[in-house]
Structure formats: structure tokens, C-alpha cells
Ligand binder design. Structure first.
Ligand code: COI
Length: 356
């Protein structure tokens, strides 16, 4: 792959030096949208093939009012991060092929064609290189990359759209929760469910996210960081939070809800399971009940945006359960293990990093 090739669009001026971002406050990045310079766009017509991807100036896109994504929610998104190398030039991407493959699985579920793994990673690399002045200095944050796959063709009756658009944009980010690196407090929601058996909880469709906003906003207004959802059949087993997967630790054993179609197969989730096992922990993917939560020593959340976020309390039916946090926790060790690979501070023995 020609990862060092110049970005493809004509008139690209992404070689502007990093100094041009002198006005950026890199010390106070949250998870907010900072518009960057370029986005990658690739279309797919009725023949089912994506071709002619190119970088465009970042900006609004034109869609038919009857685009499939606007009317029937035919859309997927992904999230991954690029880090600036601490020493020397270049950037590190974390497991972009996993995002590409997850998009392909989701596309099948949502009746959409998907870009190939090579097309996906190429688009991501081009987006990073074109926006390199927006990649925060090492240790200050990352460039969050947001690939979208949408039914952009016009359709009125309920059916797959006749045309699709794959688009990749990016924005510099810091920590996801307003707590920063501090532990978060979660609220268990009994009335709203994120996913149902046979639904789309296991794929990263845009349609999974708006339905949780009401519960999320209610929880935030009471001072919680996010909501934990229960399974919709028994209202007893934990699934995940609105924005991330869930892990508990009890007596040195790490458990996380197994992916049975209602839980998003997070790439950070999968990586943490592997890293924990490599570090000698027993990891169990199983049903995790409210009773397990009551007895847990430690709880943490994982996701691309949240990375590994320690949980200091979970509130359920008026009871607040508290958990161990701090330097000596399993989550802290796993956070260090993961981010030192992502930031290139240790050797990438697992082949997870793509250097660009
Ligand atoms: C991510 O972690 O990348 C996500 O897609 C979650 C989103 C709610 C920010």
C-alpha cells in the first residue's frame, strides 16, 4: 500500500506545517467537533462497486430529501483513532482492518454494499494524511476518524437505496467524558432498552444511537456520565452503556457480556480481552447480571472514544454501588497496556498498528 503517497485530490494543501495550528488549545481537547480540512468520499452505484474515492474539502454534503439514510435510517458508522508518533515523524492507526470488517458485517445486515478492507484503510490513511496538522501532539489526544456508510440514493417505498456513499472525516479529540480521566458514574436504566434480540444491537448502525438519547439526557441531568442498559427480555442482564462496552472484575477474574447480537462487538473490547489474557488474567465472556454488579470489585467501560474508563459507581433502583478505582486497579493496568501500544510507546508485538 502506498501509505506515503500524496493525498489524491487536486489542490490539496495539507503539507502546511503543524505550526499553523498554533491557535489550537491542545491541553483542553474534549470530545467535540473541530472541523478539519478534508474528508474522503467514495460512491457506489447500482452495480454494487465502490470506485473513484477522493479527498474533498471538509464541508456539507448534498443529499436528496428522499435519501435512504434520511428516511429509513440506512446507515452505519465507525470510529477509530490516529496518534502522532512520540519520536520521529508519522502516525499510528489502531487495527483499522477490524473497523473495515465490522462495517462489512453491518452493511450486510443493513442491506448495503461495503468498501473492501483495502478501500476502507486506504480512505482512512488518506484522511489522516490530509488532516495531519489536526493530529494532536503526542500525549495530548488523538485524531478521531469517523467513517460513514449511508444509503444516499433517493427512494420512497421501503427498500434499500439505489446508491451509497462512503465518507470519512476526522476531528482532534481528547477524553470522551467530561470527567476527563476521572472515574465515571453510571445509571442503570430499566425502561429503555438499547437493543432487542433479532434487532441491530450487534452492528454499528446509526439507528442504535438516537433511541438512547432520551435515557442518556435524563441520566446526565441527574449528574450521571452515561446509562447502562439491561437486556430487554429478562431486564436482569447487563448489556452495555450508550457509548461503550462494560467489564467487571471480581477476585482477579474479568467478565464482560458476551456478544449475542444485542451487544456491539467493540474493537477496544476485543483488544482488552486479548491483552488481559496475555497478562495472565482469566477473562470470561458470559451473561453478567445485576447480582454480579453488586458483588464486583471493579467496573470499567471500553470503547474507541472512551478508551478504558474506570467506573466509580453504578446506581440501580436508588442504590449506589461503589467500585475500586485508582493506580492499583486492573483497569489502570489494562489502560496503560492498551494506550502504550496505540501511542507507539512499546513494541507492537501483536501486529495491531498500521504506521502511516
Ligand atoms: C466510538 O467509541 O468510537 C463510538 O463510536 C461511540 C460513539 C458514541 C462516540
Amino acid at each position: 500500500r502506498s501509505v506515503f503517497s500524496l493525498p489524491e485530490a487536486v489542490g490539496l494543501d495539507s503539507d502546511r506545517s503543524d505550526e499553523e495550528n498554533g491557535e489550537m488549545d491542545w491541553d483542553n481537547l474534549g470530545f467535540a467537533l473541530t472541523p478539519t480540512d478534508y474528508m474522503y468520499v467514495m460512491k457506489c452505484s447500482r452495480d454494487g462497486y465502490f470506485t473513484h474515492g477522493k479527498l474533498n474539502r471538509y464541508g456539507n454534503i448534498e443529499l436528496s430529501p428522499s435519501a435512504g439514510v434520511l428516511n429509513y435510517g440506512q446507515g452505519l458508522f465507525e470510529g477509530l483513532k490516529a496518534y502522532r508518533r512520540a519520536k520521529g515523524a508519522g502516525f499510528l492507526l489502531f487495527r483499522p482492518e477490524e473497523n473495515a470488517k465490522r462495517m462489512q458485517v453491518g452493511a450486510e445486515r443493513m442491506c448495503m454494499p461495503a468498501p473492501s478492507v483495502d478501500q476502507f484503510t486506504h480512505a482512512v490513511e488518506q484522511t489522516v494524511l490530509a488532516n495531519k496538522r489536526w493530529v494532536p501532539p503526542s500525549g495530548k489526544g488523538s485524531l478521531y476518524i469517523r467513517p460513514l456508510l449511508i444509503g444516499s440514493g433517493a427512494i420512497l417505498g421501503l427498500a434499500p437505496a439505489p446508491e451509497y456513499t462512503f465518507l470519512v472525516y476526522a476531528a482532534p479529540v481528547g477524553t470522551y467524558f467530561k470527567e476527563g480521566m476521572a472515574p465515571i458514574n453510571l445509571l442503570i436504566e430499566r425502561e429503555t432498552h438499547r437493543a432487542t434480540p433479532g434487532g441491530t444491537g450487534g452492528v454499528k448502525t446509526i439507528a442504535n444511537y438516537a433511541p438512547v438519547l432520551q435515557a442518556q439526557m435524563r441520566a446526565k441531568s441527574k449528574g450521571f456520565s452515561d446509562v447502562l442498559y439491561l437486556d430487554s427480555v429478562n431486564k436482569r442482564y447487563l448489556e452495555e452503556a450508550s457509548s461503550c462496552n462494560l467489564f467487571i472484575v471480581k477476585g482477579g477474574v474479568i467478565s464482560t457480556p458476551y456478544t449475542n447480537g444485542t451487544i456491539l462487538p467493540g474493537i477496544t473490547r476485543k483488544s482488552i480481552i486479548e491483552l488481559a489474557r496475555n497478562n495472565g488474567y482469566q477473562v470470561s465472556e458470559r451473561l453478567v447480571s445485576i447480582d454480579d454488579l453488586r458483588e464486583a470489585d471493579e467496573v470499567f467501560c471500553t470503547g474507541t472514544a472512551v478508551v478504558v474508563s474506570p467506573v466509580s459507581s453504578i446506581t440501580y433502583q436508588g442504590h449506589r454501588y461503589r467500585y475500586r478505582t485508582g493506580e492499583e486497579t486492573v483497569s489502570k493496568k489494562l489502560y496503560e497496556a492498551l494506550t502504550s501500544i496505540q501511542m507507539g510507546l512499546v513494541e507492537d508485538k501483536l501486529g495491531w498498528i498500521v504506521n502511516i
